[in-house]
Write a protein that binds this ligand. Sequence first.
Ligand SMILES: C[S@@+](CC[C@H](N)C(=O)[O-])C[C@H]1O[C@@H](n2cnc3c(N)ncnc32)[C@H](O)[C@@H]1O
Length: 296
Amino acid sequence: MDNKPGVESFDGDWLALREPFDAMARNQDIARALMEHLDQKGRPRFLDLGAGTGSLTRWLGHFVGRAHAWVLADADAELMSRAFDTLMDSADSTGWRATWPQRKVLLLHPPEGAWRIEGVLTNLADAPDGLPLENVDAVTCSALCDLVSEAWLLRLAAELARRRLPFYAALNVAGHERFMPPCPGDALVARGFARDQRRVKGFGGVALGAAAPDAIARIFTGHGYRVLRGASPWIIPRQEGHMAHELAMGHAEAALRHEKRGAKQIWAWADARTSHYHAGVLSARVAHQDVLCLPG
Ligand SMILES: C[S@@+](CC[C@H](N)C(=O)[O-])C[C@H]1O[C@@H](n2cnc3c(N)ncnc32)[C@H](O)[C@@H]1O
């Protein structure tokens, strides 16, 4: 918790490392269904909750195909600043101009129409209170809903339903992680990791973890929404061992918080996974689901 008390913090380098895997994993059919729903909006406006370094904007923005706007909401000032730097860098490498019409508004200029991007530094724990929902056409998030509590999601869903706003939630963990090759300690680490996913993460109750996709679907269906779900797994081959290794170390660290009596075995597992990485044989697969909720 470096940034704000009670806010789960994420390392910008980790988010950068996972960005290409996130991009490959996100379900394109689900993204296209959101864009079809927004077809009638001349210049759609998106609010991205827990935007981090802006990874979802860089990916989903390409599906819009015309001028549109983003508000990136996050509690972490460092990640927010990195989001704008990275958005400018990626525009630059694509040959798009970037301009600042106002101090806090970035415009990217691809040929099909400008992307307007601004940031809001906010603790989302009290959402939907404080969210600029009157000015948006869709609420999005990526890798966020497994951190939130059911109570938080119920509040958000009720407010979005009142405003008939669509909700797009990408990369919700779905509860199946597998590292290869098989290794002693796999089950223990998986159990500790699963327990860690239900830790309280600053959203007013135990985190949904792998229950997130079902909870989103159930809650929004209850408000009369049509819910679409699509698989979005991370598939990390041996050739991308660095990502698989970072992931394994993250799993070990999470498991150690809960499996105190198994600590020695978890350390041995981490050592074995490091050897697998150095030998070029470590791979991983992590199940996720993208969920789109459309007002009826
Ligand atoms: C797993 S990261 C996902 C980042 C980004 N959406 C992506 O897909 O790369 C979760 C994000 O939620 C943000 N976050 C966590 N708790 C928060 C809170 N209480 N208020 C605002 N942002 C929060 C973190 O700062 C982080 O950027």
